[in-house]
Design a protein. Structure first.
Length: 218
């Protein structure tokens, strides 16, 4: 099954994948790509969302996997069922695989493959317009959710780094109060605002201030 790696590494939508034909996987070029275009398969007329026909560039590892799938394909669709019809049960298959792996199936949704692709690309530094074209979004504003998610991940990583730094181990405990302090540090460090830290002498105001500063200006 190469459908899930393709979702993860190309950022396709479910129906981009489910209606993909072998001739739309273009590998005999310097920069291999998947052609997301209008197509009629299995009696179904597929039109890309927002009418965003596009070439989705793919990496060499995914290209190698798709080359094997193309060579073995004996039906109209790359990821079709054995009878040659569209596979409309990708989510069910995903959850079944999760259960076999001992994972909670509720954690897995098809749109998360696409979200993971977006945040991975953003970490590598491409501009939003390039990502918009790759993913077939109508405008760059619609990518804001992915950008915000990435910022949240980065803030969480910085908080973890701060608590692991020398001196941070002086802030001990896993009580609700301590967890609340750490959450507040993560929240305010991403804001362009003045922060007032209050508390009695010896409660750790200086440590909290250093943590906010480290996260905000690292």
């Amino acid at each position: 099954m190469g459908g899930f790696p393709t979702l993860q590494r190309a950022g396709l939508r479910e129906m981009d994948l489910a209606t993909l034909r072998p001739e739309e996987v273009v590998l005999n070029t310097k920069e291999p790509y998947i052609d997301v275009c209008e197509r009629t398969v299995d009696g179904y007329e597929f039109i890309p969302k927002w009418y965003q026909e596009r070439h989705v560039n793919i990496d060499s590892e995914l290209a190698a996997l798709l080359k094997k799938l193309k060579s073995a394909c004996r039906i109209e669709l790359v990821f079709g069922t054995k009878s040659g019809r569209r596979n409309l049960h990708l989510l069910r298959e995903c959850k079944r695989i999760a259960v076999r792996a001992g994972l909670s199936p509720t954690r897995f949704k098809l749109h998360r493959f696409r979200a993971n692709f977006a945040t991975h690309c953003l970490r590598q530094g491409p501009d939003l317009e390039t990502l918009r074209e790759q993913m077939g979004h109508r405008d760059t504003e619609s990518l804001r959710a992915y950008v915000n998610a990435l910022k949240g991940e980065e803030r969480a990583a910085k908080v973890a780094k701060v608590w692991a730094c020398e001196g941070a181990d002086q802030i001990l405990g896993e009580s609700q109060g301590i967890r609340s302090v750490r959450e507040n540090i993560s929240r305010v460090a991403g804001m362009n605002t003045t922060v007032l830290i209050t508390g009695e002498t010896g409660t750790g105001k200086e440590l909290v201030a250093r943590a906010i500063f480290a996260i905000a200006f690292e």
